[in-house]
Design a protein around this ligand. Structure first.
Ligand code: HEC
Ligand code: HEC
Length: 254
């Protein structure tokens, strides 16, 4: 069962309260509470509800999700608020983004203020001397929005090209870390559905629209918008279309 969260609704409510009462102390705790809700929905599958790195999906990953409580070594405690923000809100294709290769970015999915709320909550999980995070007027409160994709030109040559398909596979497995949430041939995460038969299930046009901007199709989906370029999205679609595993007894039913 999918859990739904209405973090933005809660945020709007709190903003209203703050404007009405101008009460900052009340507000501080609410900001953390919003962060916790968002964390439970967006992060806990991997990092665990306690933040210890023991979410249900952790055992499916080659990389251990960071223990955000610093129970064994001090890592988070040494990061600045801005460093954590930059991790959660990075461009996957930036060079220094590979510091955290197998963790999604939330830059294109969550509002800046929501990311700060998550960090305010994460700061309660480990000892640190970082400045307290409070909502400021500069933080953007709207989630990012992208122009609707009206027409998708699927090039049949790209769909057949070995080179593009292989590139799509490497983008899927490595660059964008799709495999940390999706399982193919028994490998990978379990947050999203298995994609062994994605090539049968969906047409190329739909796949392209979905991976470019899942929130445009299903606003509350847990799948983040990972910021795929047009070319990368096309190659990933070419790869996904090759996934046509037979329905067999060895494949657990979806
Ligand atoms: C699909 C699994 C997954 C999800 C979802 C996920 N993470 Fe991570 N996260 C990881 C992994 C794996 C690492 C370790 C990466 C590494 O060490 O290179 C990590 C590392 C981190 C780090 C340490 C970064 C550093 O500089 O060492 C922070 C902070 C973090 N995650 C916070 C979050 C927050 C907050 C969320 C939710 C908004 C989240 N993560 C969602 C898998 C995930
Ligand atoms: C944080 C986890 C996460 C990451 C990372 C992720 N996905 Fe997803 N994906 C999901 C979830 C959850 C769904 C189910 C959609 C829903 O109903 O909300 C999904 C759905 C899909 C579907 C539709 C499957 C179907 O049968 O309906 C495709 C295709 C897909 N993802 C491809 C990708 C690709 C390609 C990437 C990398 C660019 C990716 N996903 C990254 C979580 C993730």
């Amino acid at each position: 069962m999918k859990k739904r969260v209405s973090g933005i609704g809660a945020l709007v409510l709190v903003l209203g309260l703050v404007v009405m009462t101008n009460g900052c102390s009340l507000f501080g705790d609410k900001f953390v509470a919003i962060g916790k809700k968002l964390f439970d929905y967006r992060c806990a599958d991997c990092h665990g509800e306690s933040g210890k790195g023991d979410g249900f999906n952790a055992k499916n990953l080659d990389f251990e999700p960071r223990d955000l409580t610093d129970s064994e070594e001090r890592v988070l405690g040494d990061l600045t608020n801005e460093e954590i923000f930059n991790t959660l809100s990075r461009n996957i294709k930036d060079e220094d983004a590979s510091v955290v290769p197998f963790m999604p970015t939330f830059k294109n999915t969550l509002a800046e203020a929501e990311i700060w709320a998550i960090i305010a909550y994460v700061r309660t999980l480990h000892p640190n001397n970082a400045p307290k995070i409070e909502l400021t007027p500069e933080m953007k409160r709207k989630r990012p929005r992208f122009p609707r994709i009206r027409k998708v030109d699927i090039d049949p040559e790209i769909m057949k090209s070995k080179e593009h398909i292989e590139n799509g596979q490497s983008l899927f497995e490595e660059t964008y870390g799709c495999l940390t949430c999706h399982n193919i041939g028994g490998e990978g995460g379990r947050i999203g559905p298995k994609l062994d038969r994605a090539g049968f299930r969906s047409n190329a046009d739909w796949l392209y629209r979905w991976i470019k901007n899942p929130q445009a199709i299903e606003p509350r989906t847990k799948m983040p918008n990972l910021g795929l370029t047009d070319e990368d999205a096309m190659d990933v679609v070419a790869y996904l279309k090759t996934l046509q595993a037979p329905r067999g007894p060895d494949l657990p039913a979806k």
